[in-house]
Design a binder for this molecule. Structure first.
Ligand code: DGI
Ligand code: FE
Ligand code: FE
Length: 196
């Protein structure tokens, strides 16, 4: 991908769409994603754009988000998505990335689209954004320190642990687990054993 992308323009626009805390989170995810992309031989520019934009729809108000979700048909055949507003910003983020940032690269859009739940057949970039979002320095989930340490030596193990923690967190709170989260976690198990 062309390295001369306009990062400054993305940053400027992004800062008008999300609050300061979310903005700093996005910059932190970008740092982590670029480092992982370098290590896994993934396009660092794509990692940077996907990371910056992954939460671009996070601060939409709930009514506007629901309206847009209906317009984009994201709830059709997906009642588990509809019932979990915390998940909407991933799909809506794809729309914002296209319409507000002119990003049409399918790999970048895919990484934004699955950054919260994961999905079947994730690419290296999808996994990088998922994990970078999980381990960025401001995160203080339990076990995140252990995952950061494992990530230094074993990417697949760290990814599986991030899924396991998320699922544990959701079950403890009696929340729905989206089917895509289960599929992504199963594939993470598969990849973990394939390599070990
Ligand atoms: O947007 P962020 O806060 O940076 O992080 P995120 O997009 O990974 O997660 C947003 C929320 O989504 C977080 O509270 C965990 C939750 N989540 C992730 N997978 C699932 C889920 N919630 C439900 N109900 N089901 C899932 O499968
Ligand atoms: Fe998110
Ligand atoms: Fe995030």
């Amino acid at each position: 991908m062309n390295m001369l992308f306009n990062r400054k323009a993305i940053i400027e626009k992004l800062s008008t769409l999300i609050d300061e805390k979310r903005f700093i989170h996005s910059l932190n995810v970008e740092d982590c994603a670029i480092e992982l992309a370098h290590r896994l031989c993934v396009d660092e520019t794509k990692a940077s754009i996907a990371a910056l934009l992954h939460d671009c729809a996070k601060n939409m108000d709930i009514e506007a988000a629901e309206r847009l979700g209906y317009e984009l048909n994201i709830f059709q055949n997906d009642k588990w998505l509809y019932r979990q507003p915390a998940l909407w910003h991933a799909q809506l983020g794809v729309y914002i990335a296209k319409t507000e940032f002119n990003v049409f690269d399918q790999e970048i859009l895919s990484a934004i689209e699955c950054h919260t739940t994961g999905k079947a057949g994730m690419t290296k970039l999808d996994k990088i954004i998922y994990l970078a979002d999980y381990i960025e320095p401001n995160r203080s989930f339990s076990h995140v320190g252990k995952i950061r340490a494992n990530l230094k030596i074993d990417f697949n193990k760290a990814l599986l642990e991030a899924y396991d923690n998320t699922i544990y967190y959701l079950t403890r709170r009696k929340r729905f687990i989206h089917p895509r989260t289960i599929i992504a976690r199963n594939e993470a198990v598969e990849n973990y054993y394939k390599q070990n």
